[in-house]
Structures are given as C-alpha cells and as structure tokens.
Design a protein around this ligand. Structure first.
Ligand code: NAP
Length: 550
C-alpha cells in the first residue's frame, strides 16, 4: 500500500500502547484518564503480559506480593488481598484481570494482535502502526510496553522438530493442565523458570532428567500465607510503603543495607548470612552493600551458599555439579526456590551435567548426550528469552528519515533514560533496555516511566509541541552513565541474558542501568525539572492537526 492509501485507511488515535502487561495496562489507564484516545495492542488473548503466557507448574513471582503490585490506585490496593508472601502465577494473573475489570481497561485493547511495523511520518508528525490483522493506526505518540522478557528462545540444539513426545515451552505453556504422572520428563534450562519447574515436576513425574549447563545460584524462598494482621497493617500503610519503594534501589519495600561486607568481623558476617538464609527471600541480596562491587566479598558469600548446597544434597557428585562456579554470585539473576536442591535427593530425579556430558542432539525418542540417549515422554524447554531488546526488534521500527531501530541498535541498545531514542521522535519504551529493568521491581519502574512520559506529553500539549526526541548528546551522556556504572559492577562477569550472551549473534555487554531504581528515578525527575532541556522539540504550527483528539 502506498503511504497515501495507508493514511486513508488508518484509524486515528492520540496514543498507541503496545503490550498489555503491567506497563501497558498502566499506560492505557494513565493516558485515558488524561483524556487521550488510546489504542492498546496485545499479542496475547488477554491482559497480564508474561503472566498470561508463563503458566508452567510452579510459576511464581520472587518479588513479594506487597511489592509486585500497583501503587497508583488506592481503591485497587484496598480491594485486592494477596494470599501469600510470594504470589503464584494464577493469583498474579487474577490480579491483572481484577485491575483490568476494575479500571475497565480491556475495551481499549485489541488482543491476539501483533504489531508488524511502526513507522514515523515526519511530515504528519505521527506514528503509523500496522498490525498482523492488516490494520493501520496513526497516533502522535507510541508507547512500547513490550516487556523485557517476551520473546521466547529455544535452545540451539539439532533435532528439536524430530522429537515425537510432548514438547512444552515454559514461556508459552498450554492453558490446559499437563499431567506428568507416570511420565519420563526432561527439562533443559536451570534459570528461574527451570528451577521452579524442576522442583514442582520433580515431585509429580515418574522420572525427571535435568539437563543443566550453567548451575544457577538459588536461595530459599520460604514462602508463607499472609496473616489477616499483616494484610491489615499493609493496607493501612500503603502510602508509606509506596514512598519507601520509590526511595529503594530495588524498587521494593525491603531495606537494602549500606554496610559493606568487610565492615563486620568474620563471625558476625557469618551470622548475618545464616540469618539471611533462614529468613529467605531476597534478604541475602540486601544484607551487605557491596556484594556486586567487591569480588572478595562476593567470593565469601558464594562459598557460604556452596556449603549450604553441599549440606542439602545427599549425593556428593550431584552436589558438586549443582554448585555454581566461575562467575560471581548474583551476577546471574538469583532464583528463589522451595526445596529445589532437595529435589535431587529423590531417587527418580537425575541431574545431567551438560558441561561434562554435552547434549549432542534431540532425537525422536529423547535427548542424546555424548554418553548416550535418554528416552522421554515429555521435553520441557526453560531456555529463556531474547531479552531486553528482543521484543522491540521483533518488528520493523523506523524513525526520522526512515532510520531503522535494528540498524541503530546493531551494536547494542542506546537510549535516553531507557525511555526515548534519538532519531525516533515520540517513541517511548517502558522498562527499556537502558533503564533498571530486570534489576529492580518492574511494576515500580513501569509506574515511574509511564508517569514521566505522561508529564512530558502534558508539557508538550501545554506548549503546542508536536514531537520530542533526545539530542544525540543527551543520549550519549546517559549511555556514559550507564557504561560507567556497569564497568564497576560484577554483573558484567557472568554470561547471561542480562548481558545478551544467551542469544547467538546478539551484541553483548551490560547496557542496563545498575545504579539502583532510586537513583534512576532521581535522574528522571531531574530531567523533567530542567523543563526537558535534553530534548529537542518540534511543532507549534501543526499542533492542532497532528494532535486532534486530546
Ligand atoms: P534464563 O535465566 O535465561 O535461563 C535459561 C536456561 O536455559 C539457562 O540455564 C541456560 O543455560 C539454559 N540453556 C539455554 N540453551 C541451552 C542449551 N542449548 N543447552 C543447555 N541449556 C541451555 O531463562 P529463565 O529461566 O526463563 O529466566 C529468565 C528471567 O525471567 C529470569 O532471570 C527472571 O528475571 C525472570 N523469571 C522470574 C521468575 C520469578 O520471579 N520467580 C520466574 C521465571 C523467570 P546457560 O546459562 O548455560 O546458557
């Protein structure tokens, strides 16, 4: 279709929001409440984002429910009651649906629809977004709430299509329950998803074979039901809790210590670690200030956790294979588990160490490693995502002068505050690849990002401006901050999706903001306080034409 024909056939809106996860849902609500005509587009059949797709057995959030929930709406906070300290996927999905009903959000979304391109029209000062249903939506503003973890990645192993048993993917689990009783099950992947699947399916299947390449660090979750007293207290104090979350490096309520590891004598350090282990959750991450900065401190904490693994796992060879080595603890996303290591004490659970005995191929019957074939009825991939940039590069995004985002980011993502991209006016990302996504609470970040974008759009409207984009200098300055912090962090030392090394051919490097959510928010606030001095604006005379609905 020519541009003129596309424009003729297009539906006109003020804002397009891509994604109905927690970022996209809040964006749709916020812009609607501001009086804008909003179009939401979502590939899934309903709201919930990653929680809509990830229905695997044992799926659970390892952020506390009080943290992993919206703070922008007092009615929702008071009406919704969490049942557990760490909520399971069905409850989180129910929460997303509750929010969608309560705020009447679904009517703004078109579900089971994928964006195929988003192209900036400089002359008309708007984005032209096309979908796989053949529609074209035009809007001055386009918000990509596509999520850092939404493009599943299969393992790069020969023969996947040959397997005649049941093949399941953690990231796109069937909606109907899967019965593992009497089945021989194989799991490839021991990240957060794999750990949760293994500890759950290991107790249901006739035999479980875990194909582990890199062992993960996992800590006890020690989940429990929330008591009525705790819930009352939480509901009474939500305003203070939300305020504390905004001041916290993780965007959560758990305080983070300012005490460096070596500031305590050895016996006290051990007591602190033992207490953190017994307390469960992410207490461990918060009990010293320098675990991701000081290699020696990190080594000692790693030794402590390796000792714990040894104490739990009966078979010394299995225990040895489960102990992570060669990369800092917490430099790979730490998992929280419920009797994960204990699972390997069950006689029908077998650890296959792919570092010593690599997978050769997937066969019709199961998995062939160098030492032989294991026959399986069910094979589960828990092999992660093309994270952070995958969803944004999954379709054709073209900015000013037809510049493609794929080309701009061929050496890795760069943006301003993880929210705006030089050369791509009025395009916004929430939880973008150069912000603190993945290292802090994604709901807190989403609320911050949507609010920031909303304030900027209000500013533009008040000043009759049709487009905004960061200057090249502003983007470079932000990326210098990101890189300088990354250079000091031990996070860059592990091969993970955090640095892009899990996807063949992907540019690698730590491009996330590792300075903590609180610092990130301060940068965002400061940028707005200057009257958006880092941005270049266009417009005025064409304002009414380009932005007619708001
Ligand atoms: P992941 O952390 O990227 O783990 C993928 C796993 O697959 C790794 O163990 C990887 O091993 C393995 N793998 C990939 N290709 C392989 C191959 N060819 N042979 C053998 N092993 C292979 O992915 P994930 O577990 O889905 O987790 C992604 C993120 O989602 C987490 O870090 C977390 O942020 C989020 N998540 C959170 C929760 C929660 O809140 N509890 C639950 C699930 C997911 P290598 O490391 O050796 O490549």
């Amino acid at each position: 279709m020519t541009e003129a024909r596309m424009a003729e056939a297009a539906t006109r809106r003020d804002v397009v929001v891509v994604g109905a996860g927690f970022g996209g849902m809040y964006a749709v609500y916020k812009f609607r409440e501001m009086g804008h005509d909003v179009a939401g587009i979502e590939a899934g059949g309903n709201v919930g984002g990653v929680w809509y797709w990830n229905r695997y057995p044992g799926a659970r959030c390892d952020l506390m429910s009080v943290d992993y929930s919206y703070g922008f709406h007092e009615g929702i906070q008071q009406e919704w009651t969490w049942s557990e300290q760490f909520a399971a996927q069905p409850e989180i999905l129910a929460y997303a649906n509750f929010v969608a009903d309560r705020l009447d959000l679904r009517k703004h979304f078109q579900f089971e629809t994928r964006v195929t391109s988003a192209i900036w029209d400089e002359h008309a000062q708007l984005w032209r977004v096309t979908t796989d249903r053949g529609e074209v939506i035009e809007a001055p503003f386009c918000i990509m709430s596509t999520g850092p973890l939404s493009i599943p990645k299969d393992p790069e192993i020969e023969g996947i299509e040959r397997f005649k048993g049941q093949l399941l993917r953690a990231q796109k689990w069937p909606h109907e329950p899967v019965d593992f009783a009497g089945k021989r099950v194989g799991v490839i992947g021991t990240g957060s998803s794999g750990v949760q699947i293994i500890q759950t399916v290991g107790r249901q299947a006739e035999a479980l074979y875990v194909y582990q390449r890199t062992p993960s660090w996992t800590l006890p979750m020690r989940n429990h039901d929330l008591t009525p007293d705790y819930i009352d207290e939480m509901k009474r104090h939500y305003p203070e809790l939300r305020q504390a979350m905004r001041m916290n490096p993780t965007g959560g309520t758990r305080p983070v210590s300012t005490r460096p590891f070596f500031s305590l004598p050895p016996s006290q350090r051990r007591d602190v670690m033992e207490h953190a282990w017994q307390d469960g959750g992410h207490t461990f991450l918060a009990c010293f200030s320098d675990l991701l900065l000081n290699q020696e401190a990190n080594d000692q904490v790693a030794d402590f956790v390796r000792e714990k693994i040894e104490g739990i796992v009966d078979d010394p060879q299995t225990a040895e294979a489960l102990k992570p080595r060669g990369y800092p603890i917490f430099a790979r996303r730490p998992c929280l588990d419920t009797e994960y290591y204990e699972t390997y004490n069950l006689p029908h659970v077998h650890l296959k160490d792919c570092l010593k005995d690599p997978i050769v191929e997937i066969t019709e019957k199961g998995i062939l490693t160098e030492s032989g074939e294991v026959e399986l009825d069910v094979l589960i991939f828990a092999t992660g995502y093309d994270a952070l940039t995958g969803a944004l590069l999954a379709f054709d995004v073209r900015g000013r002068d037809g510049r493609r985002l794929k080309d701009k980011w061929k050496g890795g993502p760069s943006s301003y505050l993880g929210m705006m991209i030089e050369g791509f006016p009025n395009l916004f990302t929430t939880c973008g690849p150069n912000g603190p996504a993945a290292l802090a609470n994604i709901i807190t970040i989403s609320e911050n990002d949507v609010d920031w974008i909303a304030s900027l759009i209000t500013h533009m409207k008040e000043h009759g401006l049709t487009s905004a984009e960061p200057s090249a200098d502003a983007e470079n300055s932000w990326m210098e901050i990101v890189h300088a912090l990354a250079a000091k962090s031990l996070v860059r030392k592990a091969q993970t999706w955090w640095v892009g090394s899990n996807v063949k051919g992907k540019p690698t490097g730590l491009t996330m903001f590792v300075g903590g959510f609180n610092k990130y928010r301060e940068y965002c606030d400061a940028a707005a306080a200057t009257g958006y001095a880092d941005l270049q604006f266009a417009g005025v005379e064409k304002f009414d034409e380009a932005y007619a609905h708001g």
